[in-house]
Design a protein around this ligand. Structure first.
Ligand code: NDP
Length: 280
């Protein structure tokens, strides 16, 4: 029988997840369908219960339901517990539902695919929202020399640093304290890119050979990646590989098969570029 999966969110029309999982299913020969479902605010529990009652095997969860999914799961993986949010639900053989968070590991795998080394590196993260919380444990497991977090609302950066300091050298910095410091890896985890904005960064922030990653993805370089290119970054990447990487980890949790991400990233990048050119 064909196994049923879906992504829940609101809005959901823009979601690329069905497309990505179709690629994975074809590539690995899995008999599964994957749909997207818009869920009304306050109706997550009911919709998820109905989905699993009718034989659904797993869900991806996107904005604004990652906290609802966290509460819904009967059990949590350690990384989901640390992230405080769930983006993947998986039906277990005993009938219970496991909650995981694959966003962070998706980004780490993307950096590995890009050939970026994290061990021993000085990492600066911009932003202290849900996405940054989700990447901190997998990032600290790579044993960087240090992780600094800068956020517009400073106390949120401090809260995050306090919540993860047992896993490595992680601290909150103010924007002013960045003066005179240099980093090897910069990660933009703010949603400022969505509005074409960028926190005011010192001109000499990038160490020689620095790599810059924007969690947001788009057909054209984000404002942050444009800044990186004009300030001497050796390599830049946006979050398309993270999106596909988190989907691959969810797929692995559900099917115990690891799909290849690089051909899917290449195909989707080409589609995004072509679509963008057609709109010009
Ligand atoms: P949240 O709303 O939880 O957090 C937003 C963060 O951005 C906060 O730290 C906020 O600061 C900061 N911010 C917003 N606007 C500005 C601004 N104008 N200047 C400076 N800082 C700003 O969002 P998420 O953490 O869920 O998402 C963050 C980004 O990550 C988004 O671009 C999202 O698309 C991307 N993302 C990508 C994924 C992928 O798979 N590629 C997965 C998940 C997220 P403050 O605390 O002061 O409000």
């Amino acid at each position: 029988m064909t196994d049923l999966y879906a992504v829940f969110g609101n809005p959901i029309n823009h979601s690329k997840s069905p497309h990505i999982h179709r690629h994975f299913a074809e590539q690995t020969g899995q008999d599964m369908t994957y749909t997207k479902q818009q869920v009304a605010p306050g109706e997550f529990d009911q919709a998820a219960t109905e989905f699993f009652d009718k034989g659904g095997k797993g869900l991806n969860i996107t904005v604004p339901f990652k906290l609802d999914a966290y509460s819904f799961a009967a059990r949590l993986t350690p990384r989901a517990r640390r992230a405080g949010a769930v983006n993947t639900l998986a039906l277990q053989t005993d009938g219970t539902v496991l909650g995981d968070n694959t966003d962070g590991i998706g980004m780490i795998h993307d950096m590995h695919n890009l050939g970026w080394e994290l061990r021993g590196k000085r990492v600066l993260i911009l932003g202290a929202g849900g996405a940054v919380r989700g990447i901190l444990q997998p990032l600290l497991e790579q044993e960087p020399q240090e992780v600094a977090i800068v956020n517009r609302t400073h106390h949120k950066a401090e809260q995050l640093a306090n919540g993860f300091h047992d896993l490595g050298d992680v601290r909150a910095l103010t924007l002013e304290a960045l003066a005179g410091q240099q980093f090897d890896i910069l990660i933009n985890g703010t949603s400022a890119s969505l509005h074409g904005e960028l926190p005011p960064l010192p001109d000499d922030l990038l160490a020689p050979g620095a790599c810059c990653y924007d969690m947001m993805y788009s057909a054209e370089p984000t404002v942050f990646l444009q800044w990186a290119q004009t300030h001497g970054a050796a390599a830049v990447a946006d979050g398309l590989g993270m999106l596909i990487g988190q989907a691959a980890e969810a797929f692995y949790l559900w099917r115990q098969i690891r799909p290849e991400v690089v051909p899917v990233i290449t195909a989707m990048r080409r589609q995004m570029t072509e679509k963008n050119q057609n709109h010009k």
